[in-house]
Design a protein around this ligand. Structure first.
Ligand code: B12
Ligand code: SF4
Length: 526
């Protein structure tokens, strides 16, 4: 069969990274089938275009995966494909929780011929074989012989053939610049951020999160060897194409078992498999100095920290009391000392939030080492404890919010402010944190650091604005560049003319000697 795996666009921005599930299922497909991949974020298509593609390419089976926020688009695409007579199977967190919706068993229209519940590593090959025989079942569930749920072990992880996969659609370097940039340093003709998992599962059970329910609280890891080999493969490909590969370890909590994370990082270093990487780690696990040393030494550049709130009452409400706002600054300083920076994620609209929460949060953020703050709204995702609590309390204003996805819009009433006020807080957070003044401040606060770090922070901030904040279109970018012209010209001047050594605070050590060439792209900008 010719199989198409499709991930819909997220409806807000071009995503910076492809989705792992597509590559994983491609690698787990039984031999004898050809698998094509389309990520709607990189290759946008509407319903008519995808239907045409399926006809032109003579596709026999389509697999669609989607988060809740993309499910309406996923259903529209699925409907268009099914109308051509081709079977559609769906998987991922949303249809796992609401399989009846996808199968039209809840009174609504049917969108999928079959759904895969939960982790599909073991059920995908069965689905493909059944579809090839024309015997596709409606529901595929990972269960053992006794009908008990079985989580796949990651010890036998498939080799994803990164050396040969067509990654053209995921190159972040504009085509026109490729030839020229191939000659810069070790080569920047391509730049890709590749998702790699080293383990699955998180036992913490935060109230708004689907992970503990979906992946279970049993944590499973790949072998160090298999992760190291994957990094080596990515490094080799980057070298071959005179480009760069950065890795996003998509584990929900990369250091959930600190001992094991340290052993993995040591093996990465020993094998020379360092690439620039980003990972998600909760703040409570970043107290260990040796861990942070190993993060830095193994190529870690950015850590995504779900801080959620600076208010302990909010954190307690959502079962994330293990986050201690009092230690956020210390954690970030510890990382920054090793030139590792943080993507700090905040949620507004929590039950104890009142108006002004964005400014209160920002006033703390400004005292921390520069990073990438991001802001979202508390969202009741299906099957989470949060959804159930709000439903019982009659507080859901859009109980099926996914049927009409609206970016940055609440689906329930917060307790101590209105929905409109919560929306205004998120807008304020983004606008202030990414204003030209805030960007200039971030660059200045690293004045004692090499130029490369400052350029990196600046570019990362510009790009992050583009990833999360609805800022599509070339004109919007031109405007942002114009607004930040002072900082840009300051950095360019330093790159061209260099600058005198300056004392590093607080010990007044000289940080570096005169700098000649820029290291503009020496760090990852996740
Ligand atoms: C990496 C990641 C991201 C990346 C982007 C996604 C990417 N390019 O990979 C970033 C960091 C940008 C991100 C952002 C967001 N994310 Co996110 N993210 C993840 C994360 C940590 C890993 C995803 C992953 O690759 N998992 C590993 C793969 C193997 O698992 P999987 O995708 O579930 O696939 C398996 C099965 O589901 C199934 N399957 C999946 N698809 C299909 C399709 C078919 C046909 C079949 C048969 C099977 C199948 O088979 C796979 C193998 O077992 C997950 C949590 C998690 N652990 O999954 C959250 C998660 C997906 N994110 C989530 C959310 C909510 C978001 C945000 C909305 C958060 C926010 N408020 O900003 C944003 C949305 C951004 C956007 N604009 O789209 C939720 C989604 C829940 C839901 N019901 O939709 C998750 C589950 C985490 C959570 N907190 O609950 N995210
Ligand atoms: S720590 Fe992160 S992954 Fe784990 S349950 Fe909480 S929000 Fe989800």
């Amino acid at each position: 069969m010719r199989i198409l795996l499709y991930n819909p666009d997220n409806g807000v921005t071009r995503n910076f990274m492809p989705h792992l599930w597509m590559f994983l299922l491609q690698s787990l497909t039984p031999p004898g089938h050809e698998v094509l991949l389309i990520d709607g974020n990189a290759k946008p298509m509407d319903e008519a275009q995808i239907a045409q593609y399926v006809r032109d390419e003579k596709i026999d089976l389509v697999g669609i995966g989607a988060m809740t926020r993309m499910i309406a688009k996923a259903y529209r695409i699925a409907d268009a494909i099914r109308a051509t007579g081709v079977k559609v199977v769906m998987g991922g967190p949303h249809v796992t929780e609401l399989a009846d919706e996808a199968l039209g068993r809840d009174g609504g229209p049917r969108h999928a011929d079959a759904v895969a519940l939960g982790e599909a590593d073991e059920t995908w090959p069965q689905m493909v074989n059944d579809a090839a025989r024309g015997e596709l079942k409606e529901v595929y569930e990972p269960v053992d012989e006794t009908g008990k749920e079985r989580k796949p072990s990651l010890k036998q992880y498939p080799v994803i053939p990164w050396q040969s996969i067509d990654l053209e659609q995921f190159n972040l370097v504009p085509k026109a610049a490729t030839k020229m940039l191939q000659k810069v340093g070790e080569g920047w003709g391509t730049f890709r951020i590749i998702p790699v998992e080293s383990g699955r599962g998180c036992p913490y059970g935060c109230e708004f999160c689907t992970v503990t329910g979906f992946f279970g609280d049993s944590i499973r890891f790949r072998t160090n060897e298999s992760v190291v080999n994957e990094l080596l493969l990515l490094k080799a490909r980057a070298r071959k194409e005179k480009g760069q590969m950065a890795v996003f370890f998509i584990d929900d909590n990369f250091a959930i078992n600190v001992k094991r994370t340290k052993s993995l990082l040591r093996d990465i270093i020993a094998a020379g498999a360092q690439v620039h990487w980003v990972a998600q780690i909760s703040a409570n696990l970043l107290r260990d100095e040796e861990l942070i040393d190993l993060i830095a030494a193994s190529g870690g550049k950015w850590v995504f920290i779900g801080m959620e709130s600076i208010d302990p009452a909010n954190l307690k409400d959502v079962n994330k009391g293990f986050n201690k706002p009092g230690e956020y600054a210390q954690v970030l300083e510890r990382l920054a000392k090793r030139n590792v920076y943080a993507i700090t994620s905040f949620i507004f609209g929590m039950d104890n939030d009142t108006t002004g929460v964005a400014e209160r949060t920002l006033s703390q953020v400004r005292t921390w080492p520069p990073g990438l703050p991001i802001f979202g709204l508390l969202t009741p995702l299906p099957a989470t404890p949060l959804y159930k609590r709000l439903e019982v309390a009659g507080r859901l204003t859009r109980p099926k919010h996914w049927q009409e996805f609206i970016p940055f819009a609440m689906a329930h009433t917060p307790l101590k402010m209105s929905i409109e006020e919560a929306h205004a807080e998120v807008k304020y957070g983004w606008a202030q944190a990414y204003s030209p003044e805030a960007l200039a401040h971030a660059v200045e606060s690293l004045d004692d650091q090499p130029l490369g770090y400052r350029i990196n922070i600046f570019l990362a901030r510009l790009c992050f604005r583009g990833i999360y904040f609805p800022m599509m279109g070339k004109m919007a970018w031109v405007k942002v560049v114009a607004q930040n012209r002072r900082t840009i010209s300051k950095l360019v001047k330093e790159a061209v003319f260099g600058r005198k050594a300056r004392p590093r605070n607080p010990n007044n050590e000289v940080a570096y000697e005169e700098e000649a060439a820029p290291e503009a792209h020496s760090e990852v900008s996740a």
